[in-house]
Design a protein around this ligand. Structure first.
Ligand SMILES: Cc1cc2nc3c(=O)[nH]c(=O)nc-3n(C[C@H](O)[C@H](O)[C@H](O)COP(=O)(O)OP(=O)(O)OC[C@H]3O[C@@H](n4cnc5c(N)ncnc54)[C@H](O)[C@@H]3O)c2cc1C
Length: 479
């Protein structure tokens, strides 16, 4: 039987999960398939990258995975990662108040303080800011639809100060974008669900059922760094199937309903194509095959960020601050947007005498880290960390990693945009699917799931599209 030829563009977590699923589905169906993964870089992983800093393998991109679905742990185990799984020593972070680090108040949901008169909330928002948020159950405020921006809704409910000092830093930590821009339904569906339970957002959130306890959910990472996840996903592929340093320049209609993939090497006709690259790159490579879809994909915007990992002598601090790190609200001249105390969050990274910090800089509309050289970036970050933490010595080692594009911005209207993209993909005359962080979640768990889900959709489509007949036209004589 002639194998189906399937192409995946992009060897990030989404593309690799898709490739793995295609291999699995073909094996299960006893229908041979040749899966080829094209990746422009010289390594797999995309926004996941682990590297040595001061002899420690640390993550310079994604550094933790929030597992909400217990089956994700089963997937990781099936990849042989059981012995690699690590849990954070602490996940309690702080926020920079302008003068000091204040622990994020307990019972905060994406920055919305459930109990605004708590001491920590007052320390962050001030008495008036806290009182304003506290009055929400009486004042109520605007309602919101899933495609509205989150910012105006939350400002109307809780006041500007709560959004600026609590919600924005937390959202920024995940999306590198502000509440005024991001889609309520895409980034905070639980806030909309709370409003269905009660007219008051705060009361609705307080009545939210607690997450079921279980060892199979929560934050995890891998002892050797999250890049091992990408490497393990890639291990399931034939060695010749992974084409690194091979950018795809375009996809075109091929004969017999196939897709012609133009790459720097290994161009050819494929029975199915998974496009698992950031939306602007997807737009570029689908321009010749689906110009309308390409136009739609171009509307997705990204933020750019840099991570700066710094190893200090432990004596640089007279006392380590507690917790996993801190977030910095937006203010003019902000340099560091967040800082993770890597060796406190991840105890396996702890080494005597060393303090391992990871700062983030940049984000939506703030591209300065891309425009300055490494030395300037490290010096600025160090200067600001000194202010936040009272560091008394300079770093022993620093590692800069710039990410552009880094994170898709799920702006107001994202859900409608995604529906429109999905509708266009479904009606394409060619077997093409889209996977990746641009569409259904930026987190690694979402990317793993999305890659597998879209690969399944492609596989079903190919299996139900009279494969015997189409393969009869292959002209390669291997019926
Ligand atoms: C700094 C940072 C920190 C993050 N932290 C976390 C975190 O702690 N937890 C979490 O869950 N998520 C985190 N994320 C988000 C998460 O890492 C990403 O959303 C996810 O890795 C995206 O995976 P992907 O496969 O969809 O895309 P990508 O990782 O972007 O992969 C796409 C791949 O396609 C390749 N490519 C692009 N164009 C072409 C082409 N024309 N031809 C061939 N190949 C091409 C790229 O080189 C890349 O390898 C973070 C992201 C960043 C940037």
């Amino acid at each position: 039987m002639t194998p189906l030829r399937l192409a995946v563009v992009g060897a990030g977590v989404s593309g690799l999960a898709a490739a793995r699923e295609l291999v699995r589905a073909s094996g299960e169906a006893g229908a041979p398939a040749q899966v080829t993964v094209f990746e422009s870089e010289e390594r797999v992983g995309g926004r996941v990258l682990s590297a040595e800093v001061r002899g420690q393998r640390v993550d310079l991109g994604a550094e933790s995975m929030l597992v909400r679905d217990p089956s994700t742990i089963d997937t990781l185990r099936s990849l042989g990662l059981d012995g690699e799984l690590v849990r954070p020593g602490t996940t309690s972070a702080s926020i920079w108040s302008g003068r000091r680090l204040v622990p994020i108040p307990k019972g905060t949901s994406l920055g919305v303080p459930l109990h605004p008169l708590q001491l920590e909330v007052i320390r962050l928002l001030g008495p008036l800011g806290s009182l304003r948020a506290f009055l929400e159950p009486w004042l109520l405020g605007p309602t919101v639809t899933p495609d509205d921006p989150l910012g105006p809704f939350l400002v109307g409910r809780l006041g500007k100060v709560a959004v600026r000092r609590l919600v924005d830093p937390l959202l920024g930590g995940v999306y590198a974008g502000p509440a005024e821009l991001l889609s309520a339904g895409a980034v905070a569906p639980h806030l909309l669900a709370a409003l269905e339970r009660d007219r008051s957002l705060l009361r609705g959130l307080r009545r939210q059922p607690p997450a079921p306890p279980g060892a199979a959910t929560g934050f995890i990472s891998l002892r050797s760094g999250l890049q091992t996840l990408a490497e393990k996903l890639a291990e399931g592929l034939e060695p010749s199937a992974l084409r690194l340093r091979t950018p795809v320049s375009g996809a075109w209609p091929g004969p017999w309903g196939k897709v012609r993939v133009e790459a720097s090497q290994g161009s050819g006709e494929f029975d199915g194509l998974v496009v698992a690259v950031p939306a602007p790159a997807a737009a570029q490579l689908l321009q010749g095959l689906a110009p309308e879809l390409a136009r739609e994909l171009r509307r997705q915007r990204y933020s750019n960020v840099a991570t700066i990992t710094l190893a200090y002598p432990e004596s640089a601090l007279s006392r380590r601050p507690p917790g996993s790190g801190f977030l910095v609200p937006r203010f003019p001249g902000r340099v560091v947007t967040a800082c993770t105390f890597m060796d406190q969050k991840w105890p396996h990274l702890r080494r005597p005498g060393i303090l391992l910090l990871r700062a983030s800089a940049g984000g939506h509309g703030d591209d300065w880290p891309l425009e300055v050289d490494d030395a300037t970036l490290v010096t600025s970050v160090h200067t600001h960390l000194r202010r936040h933490l009272g560091l008394r010595q300079v770093p022993l080692e620093a590692r800069v990693q710039r990410w552009a594009p880094a994170l898709p911005q799920y702006r107001a209207g994202h859900l409608a945009w995604r529906d429109s993209v999905e509708a266009q993909v479904a009606t394409l005359p060619h077997p093409v699917v889209l996977a990746g962080a641009a569409y259904r979640g930026v987190g690694l768990e979402a990317c793993l799931r999305d890659g597998a889900r879209t690969a399944q959709a492609l596989w079903q489509r190919l299996r139900s599209a009279a494969p015997i007949e189409s393969r009869g036209h292959r002209g390669d004589g291997h019926a």
